[in-house]
Write a protein that binds this ligand. Structure first.
Ligand SMILES: C[S@@+](CC[C@H](N)C(=O)[O-])C[C@H]1O[C@@H](n2cnc3c(N)ncnc32)[C@H](O)[C@@H]1O
Length: 323
């Protein structure tokens, strides 16, 4: 597949000469006490969001990170997984692995808690991971899977599903597009490699996760990523705003009525009684918001009750609930 070769060539260059503006993001770079990120690692931040969330990273987890870049997020993951081989980085581009290896050597000099051996780097492909079944607690990728065409995206997701332990988490960040882009843009291999034109729509991206078997999906952030302006992309009839999505997909079983996708909706009962029981496991205390997945939100809305409000998606969900 020639677009995958173009991608490898593209990232060979980005490994040899850092390209600071490549995947510029509006997500903050997470800093933790005692964590110092080397300058070159920051310059090689080729992500479009963040995949490191401390709530996913309890009990010294084993983390798989696919598409290493300069290694910044692997260093951040190591912060929570301080054991030899606690973070495994997989990348197809040898030059990227070498560049990140140098960055980890640099990081060891300025982070007294960090040991180089915490990160194990492996040459390998997201479409055929050199990792055992059910061997990792957390799998992550940032701004790589959007480059893949839909069939390859599905293969990459089923590989992540395969290597995760039951209830393990896949944490990802990728751009999504509000509309299907013209073929001339989608077929432009360099624009794909630049994380500009390979993007799926939100529904297609989430649909691929559900199809891979993930039973619970959390949309953690959705932020402006790039404006595709017809002045630069003549095939577009109007400007298209790509957004960067941060998602956690949990390897829970899919329920008989479908996966639970949490987009930040809440349901609030404000009727005469102390609470409302929907008979499907949701007990709503009067006047108190209860986080609900989109499936439950739709069911509650379909009741057409005047004493139940369902709030819109915030696209900012990472668990929650008071009791
Ligand atoms: C957009 S960069 C993202 C880098 C890193 N995740 C970050 O946030 O800085 C994509 C990375 O994926 C690697 N890559 C490209 N194709 C790959 C594949 N098929 N399997 C694994 N890694 C791949 C590239 O070499 C590059 O390191």
């Amino acid at each position: 597949m020639s677009y995958l070769k173009t991608t490898n060539d593209f990232y060979k260059k980005a490994a040899e000469t850092p390209d600071v503006g490549l995947c510029c993001t509006t997500s903050p770079v997470w800093l933790f006490p005692g964590l110092n990120i080397p300058k070159k690692m920051l310059e090689m931040n080729y992500g479009c969001g963040a995949t490191v969330h401390h709530r996913d990273l309890t009990n010294n987890p084993t983390v798989l990170y696919v598409g290493v870049g300069g290694g910044m997020e692997l260093l951040q993951f190591s912060y929570f997984s301080r054991k030899p081989g606690g973070v495994i980085g997989v990348d197809t581009v040898p030059e990227m692995l070498s560049a990140s290896r140098e960055n980890f050597i640099e990081a060891e000099k300025t982070n007294d808690w960090f040991r180089n051996e915490y990160v194990r780097l492996v040459e390998g492909d997201a479409l055929n991971l050199p990792i055992e079944d059910e061997s990792v607690d957390v799998a992550a990728q940032n701004c790589l899977f959007n480059i893949f065409k839909l069939d390859d995206l599905k293969s990459a997701l089923s590989e992540m599903y395969r290597v995760l332990k039951p209830h393990g988490r896949l944490v990802m960040s990728d751009p999504v597009t509000p509309e299907i882009l013209p073929d001339s843009l989608k077929d432009d291999e360099t624009l794909r490699a630049m994380c500009v034109s390979g993007t799926q729509t939100y529904d297609s991206y989430i649909g691929a996760l559900v199809e891979a078997g993930f039973g619970t999906i959390e949309i953690r952030a959705k932020r402006p990523y790039r404006l595709l302006d017809p002045k630069r992309y003549a095939e577009l009839p109007h400007p298209v705003l790509l957004e960067s999505l941060e998602v956690a997909a949990i390897k829970d079983p899919v329920l008989p009525d479908g996966a639970c996708v949490f987009t930040g909706k809440a349901a609030i009962y404000f009727g005469e009684n102390e609470n409302f029981d929907d008979g499907a496991g949701h007990l709503m205390q009067r006047d108190m918001p209860l986080s609900v997945c989109d499936k439950t939100a739709a069911k509650l809305e379909s009741l057409n009750r005047k004493d139940i409000m369902v709030t819109p998606s915030t696209f900012f969900y990472d668990g929650g609930g008071c009791c």
